[in-house]
Design a protein around this ligand. Structure first.
Ligand code: ACM
Length: 684
């Protein structure tokens, strides 16, 4: 008995020390974690006889999901199944995955997205109220696929699951950098894995207008560089999304962020000037003129065509970051304001928004906008997209005023922060004590993929895998918060996204091959394991270092948030400082050796200008980690002068290089400080 306990404890210990958790059973790696899972005895063994049976009158959504399920299952298992397509029948004899649901789900708020799964040794049953629940059940079932040396299998279990929030979104900004339909589609597939149900398509901004408007060909002729979606393509994307239970919200950002519109329609601008597409990043002054009736004619016609393409109720009008500079300097606008009795630009923007509410109503749409639109006079039917405010303040204010809110503050994935920082985001900010009614006004949240620094090659690595963690925050019980478990489950699901064509992992190799000019990329890959792109927009700080057409095949583009070796290092250092175990120390030493030896490999490559730029960074890491090994292994007697030199090396290693910085740098420091304290030396 004792032996067994000890054995179990060591297994658990091993599992907990490993962020990648390859030894966990599949049901422990589900993401988002289901609300309820009951594990039962036995397994459903997967072999080539497996059949998927769907009702004869199954919806397109279910047919697509069942077909894709079989494709992904065969690819994952290597099994040449006999029935490679879903069978339509009422036959649910043994060895089937059977599907039953009551009705087609609608793409609307608060639709029933719940599902149940029952896995027994002879049969798997997926049940739901709607076909949307069924497609989620298929996703969960795929995540449950497990294996041992001889077989693939599903653990027998019972799952009951439903989302915590009805709005689980991802914004993709295609104005700053255009993303072709193929990129959008593969991300819609991945959204379904994350059980996200809202795709927010940011179609217009200062850098481009990306959708065909039949009545106004000048919009895409003059303001898209030829990179835009035709209306046929929009319909195709909307249908593709609908098949995945995803509704689509278009955004035309006005009255600010409107340079692209003004390139086509300078006459509705607030300043007489020649408008040119913006190539930099930032907040710019061109603004629509709310006092000009023609402004509303143009917007009416744009909204009319787009409303017909997007069936979902909400239409996003942006409304953010309008500083009103061109309003202040335009005497006609000032006279208009005086005449209307408006004292502030907020009042003028409210007037503008009220007009848009009316236009949208004609097309049966409700207005959604960034939280700047929440001014007295904007009706409570407007949905407020909260992107500002510290610690939930703005969100609380919004729902306390009686508006419904979608939260993006805290879900800005373009800030390149670790997944866990987004995972900790509160949808019911604690210190504001929301009432039950106020909580119901929080519809959910959205990850925002702003596009200043991404191309079709790199966008996936900025969205995934971190958006899996955000998806879980929006789906699962808020009491599920453990950091290590979150990372284990996120990495366990991350690599499966590749089966959908997501390039978050493979793009790295392409970029590194470019940097090495087709030489061995191993040494650079080691560096991407420990360096992360600069956070909080410190990459491209002034907005002009990178322009729309700058290279995005730099070392920073090959790196991503949550650099994997650095993450493992921080976990093991934390644990080592707690337990001081030799095993953890050995893991630490292994990583330090990997980094200290790497520079020698890198300099063996035939140099080129792209590589040369990386050498000082690589050298600084090698210098730091080599000296840390001296400390770790007690190689020489260490005195305060050694520590002082080490501190300088540390400071050199943590400075930004090539738009990246050493990830989890504090773990390096904590470890050094621990080791020198043992020798009565000081970090001074
Ligand atoms: C925003 O990030 N300006 C909504």
């Amino acid at each position: 008995m004792k032996f067994i306990n000890f054995f179990l404890a060591s297994v658990l210990w091993f599992v907990m020390s490993n962020v990648y958790a390859t030894t966990l059973p599949a049901w422990k790696k589900l993401m988002p974690r289901p609300q309820k899972i009951e594990i039962r005895k036995g397994v459903f063994k997967v072999d080539k006889d497996i059949r998927v049976v769907i009702p004869r009158n199954a919806t397109q959504r279910v047919r697509v999901a069942a077909t894709k399920f079989i494709r992904r299952l065969t690819n994952r298992t290597g099994l040449f199944v006999i029935n490679g397509f879903p069978l339509m029948s009422s036959d649910n004899s043994n060895y089937c995955v059977t599907v039953s649901y009551k009705r087609k789900g609608e793409l609307k708020l608060h639709e029933d997205e719940s599902y149940r799964i029952d896995i027994a040794s002879q049969q798997i049953v997926l049940q739901a109220e709607t076909d949307i629940g069924i497609i989620y059940a298929f996703e969960t079932l795929l995540q449950l696929l497990d294996h041992d040396a001889d077989n693939f299998f599903f653990q027998n279990c019972h799952i009951e699951d439903k989302p915590a929030f009805t709005w689980r979104g991802l914004l993709i900004d295609v104005s700053r950098h255009f993303q072709p339909v193929s990129v959008i589609k593969r991300n819609l597939d991945a959204m379904l894995v994350a059980k996200l149900n809202t795709f927010h398509w940011h179609l217009s901004d200062d850098q481009g207008f990306r959708v065909q408007i039949n009545q106004y060909p000048q919009l895409t002729d003059k303001a898209s560089d030829g990179q835009f979606y035709t209306q046929e393509q929009v319909k195709e994307v909307v249908q593709y999304a609908a098949d995945r239970g995803i509704r689509v919200v278009p955004e035309i950002d006005v009255p600010g962020h409107a340079t692209a519109i003004l390139v086509a329609f300078p006459e509705i601008g607030s300043k007489k000037m020649t408008y040119r597409l913006q190539r930099n990043a930032g907040i710019f002054d061109p603004t629509l003129d709310p006092s000009n009736p023609q402004t509303y004619v143009v917007l009416n016609n744009i909204f009319k065509e787009l409303s017909a393409l997007f069936p979902f109720t909400y239409f996003h009008i942006g409304g953010d970051e309008n500083r009103g500079k061109h309003w202040n300097n335009n005497s006609d606008i000032q006279a208009f304001m005086k005449n209307k009795g408006f004292k502030t630009n907020h009042e003028l923007q409210t007037y503008f928004n009220q007009k848009l509410v009316k236009i949208l109503e004609k097309y049966h749409k409700k207005m959604m906008g960034w939280d700047e639109i929440m001014t007295p006079g904007v009706p409570q039917s407007a949905l407020i997209h909260v992107w500002r405010g510290k610690k939930g303040k703005r969100l609380a204010e919004t729902v306390k005023k009686g508006y419904q809110a979608v939260l993006s503050n805290g879900f800005y994935i373009d800030l390149m922060l670790p997944a866990y920082s987004h995972y900790q985001n509160h949808l019911y900010p604690e210190k504001f004590n929301l009432t039950q009614a106020e909580k119901q006004h929080v519809l959910g949240g959205e990850a925002t993929m702003w596009g200043e620094l991404v191309t079709p090659l790199t966008i996936d690595s900025r969205i995934w895998p971190r958006t899996l963690a955000i998806g879980e925050r929006l789906w699962t019980n808020p009491s599920v918060t453990d950091r290590q478990e979150m990372y284990q489950r996120m990495f366990a699901q991350s690599w499966h996204l590749e089966e959908l064509g997501i390039q978050h992992l493979s793009a790295k190799e392409i970029i590194l091959r470019n940097i090495t000019e087709n030489q061995n990329t191993d040494a650079l890959k080691v560096l991407t394991g420990v360096y992360e792109p600069l956070k909080y927009y410190t990459r491209n700080k002034g907005g002009t270092e990178y322009q729309t057409y700058s290279p995005f095949m730099c070392f920073a583009d090959a790196c991503s948030a949550d650099a994997p070796d650095a993450l493992q290092f921080s976990f093991v250092v934390n644990k080592y400082l707690d337990t001081r175990s030799d095993k953890d120390k050995r893991t630490i030493i292994k990583l330090l050796k990997k980094w200290s030896n790497n520079h020698k490999q890198l300099v063996k490559l035939k140099p080129n200008p792209k590589l040369q730029k990386l050498l000082p960074m690589s050298q600084s890491l090698a210098d730091l980690t080599l000296q840390m090994l001296v400390l770790a292994n007690n190689l020489i007697p260490v005195d305060q002068a050694f520590v002082n030199r080490l501190k300088l090396q540390y400071q050199k290693a943590i400075q930004p290089y090539n738009d990246v910085s050493l990830a989890n740098a504090e773990a390096f420091k904590e470890l050094i400080v621990y080791w020198i304290k043992q020798r009565n030396l000081k970090w001074q």
